[in-house]
Ligand binder design. Structure first.
Ligand code: FAD
Length: 558
C-alpha cells in the first residue's frame, strides 16, 4: 500500500509551502497529491501582491490591527497576530528562494498600497505575483525531490474513531481508485468560487472539494456565509482586474464621471476594503449611476510607462476580453465572487477537530480573514499556515505509528463512483452548474434579503435532487473529466447549502454578509463563528467563540 507520514492534498501555495517545509524535517516522508499539475493551481492567478510590514515606518502590530478591523472583528486575533508577526520573514524567505520581487530605486523590495491598510505594505512582482510565487515554490518542491501524485483526485478521507488514517484517491490519468495510508493529511485544496459559476474570478478547479471532504468526515466548516466579492471584475466572464490598479492610483467613476468613493470612504477612497467598495458600486448601479450594470475603473492618468511596468496584465486582459486599451480608456467593472472566508475550521496551529487532519490556505478558516479578507493577505495566509501545518503534522507523525483501518473503504468508494457512471436520465451537469451559479449570485450576493436567501436555498436543494440523476456521458476510465465534474458539482451544492443556511441564520450585517433587513453589526448576539457539522438530515449549525487578544470591537470607518 502507498504510505506517507504526511500527505498534502493540493499543490497551490499552501500545499507546496507545507510540503517544502515538511521535507526539511528529518525522518519525514512527505508527498503532495493534486487534481491539477502544481503549476496550474489557482494560486497562479493572484496578481496584486503579498502583505508584510517591511519598511522601517511600518509595524506588524499595525498590520494586525488593519486585519482585525478589516475582518469586522470576527477574525481570531491570536492567529492574525501570529500571521502578521511572521510575515516579513516569510517574504524574505521567498526572496531568498528565488522570487524576483519588484524593487525600488534604493534596491529594497518595492511596496504598493492595498485596501484597508493604514500605509503601503504589499510586496509584488508586477501584477503576476501569484504566478511568480507558485513557480518559486515548485522549484523548491522539485529541488527537494518531493513526490507528487499529479492529476489525482481525493474522493474520501479515511477517518475512523476521530482519527484520519489516509485517503481514497482516484488516478485521473490512468483511471482507478487507490488507498493511500498516511499518518497525517494536510488539506490545502483551495476555495470554492465555482459555486458562483459564471460570476466568479476563480478558476474551473476551485470547487472546494477539500471542504466537503473534511465536512463529510466530521470536521466542522466555519463561517461559510462570508463570501467575498471583489469590486473590479469583468462583467462578461468574471476575470479580475487587480486591486493594484487602485493601489497604484487608479480611480473608480460612476456614469457621471464622479469618484463616488468620496461618499462612502472619504479617507481611503478607492482603497477601502473589498466589502465596502463592492457595496458602494452596487448602490451606484441600483441608484441609476451605473453603465450597463457596471462602474468604470479609470487608470488613464497613470500613463503607459507605469501601466506597462506595474500593471501589464491589466492591459493585456482588457485588450483580450474587452478590446479596450486601459491606457487610453476607462474599463467597465462590477463586483464578482472572489474569495471564501469560510472553510475547514482550524485553530492557529492548522489543526482540525479530527486527529491527524490539518488544513491551510483558502480551504481553511483559521480565521485570519473573519468576515472580510484584506487584499494581499491571502497569499500570506497560505504560506504561513501551510508552513505551520507541516510543522504540527510532522510533530504528530513522529509520535504516531501508521494506523490500520477497515478494508471496506476502497470497495465502498468504487461502488459509489460506479453509481455515477451508471446514470442515464436527467439533465446535463452543465445545466445544473449554471443554475447553481445564478441562484447563488442572486440570493447570496453583495446585498442579501430573507426572501432572496430562502429562494437560493430552495433552489440549491432542488439541484441537489436533480444532480442525482444527471447522466455521465463519458463511460471510460481514462481522464474522465465528465465524472470528475459530477463529483465536484455535488461537493459544491453541499457547500452552497451551508452558505445559505449560515447566512439565513446570521441576523446581522458584518463584513461581506450584508443584509437589508438587519443592516447593522450586532456584537452582542453575533460576535461568534458559525460552525456547520454534518448532521443526520443535513447540515447542523453550531457556534463557537471569537478569540480576542488586544483589539476590542469598534465601528469600522475608512
Ligand atoms: C484572480 C485572483 C487574484 C488574486 N490576487 C491575490 C493577490 O494579489 N494577493 C493575495 O493575497 N491573494 C490573491 N488572491 C487569492 C489567492 O490567490 C488565493 O486565496 C490563494 O492562492 C489560494 O491558495 P491555496 O493554496 O489555498 O489554493 P489553490 O492555489 O487554489 O490550490 C488548491 C489545490 O488543491 C488541489 N485540489 C483541490 N481539490 C482536490 C482534490 N479533491 N484532490 C486533489 N487535489 C485537489 C488543486 O489541484 C490545487 O493544487 C487572488 C485570487 C484570484 C482568484
Amino acid at each position: 500500500m502507498l504510505q506517507h507520514d504526511i500527505l498534502v492534498i493540493g499543490a497551490g501555495l499552501a500545499g507546496m509551502r507545507a510540503a517544502v517545509r515538511a521535507a526539511e524535517i528529518p525522518k519525514i516522508n512527505v508527498a503532495v497529491l493534486s487534481k491539477v499539475h502544481p503549476l496550474r493551481s489557482h494560486s497562479g492567478a493572484a496578481e496584486g501582491g503579498i502583505n508584510a510590514a517591511l519598511t522601517p515606518e511600518d509595524r506588524w502590530e499595525d498590520h494586525a490591527f488593519d486585519t482585525v478591523k478589516g475582518s469586522d472583528y470576527i477574525g481570531d486575533q491570536d492567529a492574525i497576530e501570529f500571521m502578521c508577526e511572521e510575515a516579513p520573514a516569510e517574504v524574505y524567505w521567498l526572496e531568498h528562494a528565488g522570487t524576483l520581487f519588484n524593487r525600488d530605486k534604493a534596491g529594497d523590495l518595492d511596496i504598493r498600497a492595498f485596501g484597508g491598510a493604514v500605509r503601503p505594505r504589499t510586496a509584488f512582482v508586477h501584477d503576476i505575483t501569484g504566478h511568480a510565487l507558485l513557480n518559486t515554490l515548485y522549484e523548491q518542491l522539485t529541488a527537494r525531490g518531493i513526490s507528487v501524485y499529479e492529476e489525482w483526485f481525493v474522493t474520501r478521507l479515511i477517518v475512523e474513531d476521530g482519527v484520519c488514517k489516509g485517503v481514497v484517491a482516484w488516478d485521473v490519468i490512468n483511471g482507478g481508485l487507490n488507498v493511500i495510508q498516511a499518518k497525517t493529511v494536510i488539506m490545502a485544496t483551495g476555495g470554492n468560487g465555482r459555486i458562483y459559476h459564471g460570476r466568479t474570478t476563480n478558476a474551473w478547479s476551485c470547487t472546494g472539494d477539500g471542504m466537503s471532504l473534511a465536512y463529510q468526515a466530521g470536521a466542522p466548516l466555519g463561517d461559510m456565509e462570508f463570501v467575498q466579492f471583489h469590486p473590479t471584475t469583468l462583467k462578461s466572464n468574471g476575470v479580475l482586474l487587480t486591486e493594484a490598479n487602485r493601489g497604484e492610483g487608479g480611480y473608480l467613476r460612476n456614469a457621471l464621471g464622479e469618484r463616488f468613493m468620496a461618499n462612502y470612504a472619504p479617507e481611503k477612497m478607492e482603497l477601502g476594503p473589498h466589502d465596502l467598495v463592492s457595496r458602494a458600486e452596487t448602490i451606484e448601479v441600483l441608484e441609476g449611476r451605473g453603465i450597463d450594470g457596471c462602474v468604470l475603473l479609470d487608470i488613464t492618468h497613470l500613463g503607459e510607462a507605469k501601466i506597462m511596468h506595474k500593471l501589464p496584465s491589466t492591459r493585456e486582459l482588457c485588450e483580450a476580453f474587452l478590446g479596450i486599451d486601459p491606457v487610453h480608456e476607462p474599463v467597465p467593472v462590477r463586483p464578482g465572487q472572489h474569495y471564501t472566508m469560510g472553510g475547514i475550521r482550524t485553530n492557529r496551529y492548522a489543526e482540525t477537530e479530527i486527529h491527524g487532519l490539518y488544513a491551510a490556505g483558502e480551504c481553511a478558516c483559521v480565521s485570519v480573514h473573519g468576515a472580510n479578507r484584506l487584499g494581499a493577505n491571502s497569499l500570506l495566509d497560505t504560506l504561513i499556515f501551510g508552513r505551520v501545518a507541516a510543522e504540527r503534522a510532522a510533530e504528530y507523525a513522529r509520535s504516531t505509528a501508521y494506523q490500520t483501518f477497515s478494508d471496506s473503504w476502497l470497495t465502498s468508494e468504487e461502488e459509489r463512483i460506479k453509481g455515477y457512471v451508471g446514470r442515464t436520465g436527467g439533465q446535463k451537469l452543465a445545466t445544473i452548474r449554471n443554475e447553481q451559479g445564478i441562484a447563488m449570485a442572486e440570493g447570496m450576493g453583495v446585498f442579501r434579503t430573507p426572501e432572496r436567501m430562502q429562494r437560493a436555498l430552495e433552489k440549491i436543494k432542488e439541484l441537489q435532487e436533480r444532480v442525482q440523476q444527471a447522466p455521465i456521458d463519458d463511460k471510460g476510465a481514462i481522464f474522465n473529466t465528465d465524472l470528475l465534474g459530477a463529483v465536484e458539482l455535488e461537493n459544491m451544492l453541499e457547500q452552497a447549502e451551508i452558505i445559505c443556511l449560515g447566512a439565513i441564520a446570521r441576523k446581522e450585517s458584518r463584513g461581506a454578509h450584508s443584509r437589508l433587513d438587519f443592516d447593522k453589526r450586532d456584537d452582542e448576539n453575533w460576535m461568534k463563528h458559525t460552525l456547520a457539522y454534518l448532521g443526520e438530515g443535513g447540515p447542523r449549525l453550531a457556534y463557537g467563540p471569537v478569540t480576542v487578544t488586544h483589539y476590542q470591537p469598534e465601528e469600522r470607518k475608512y
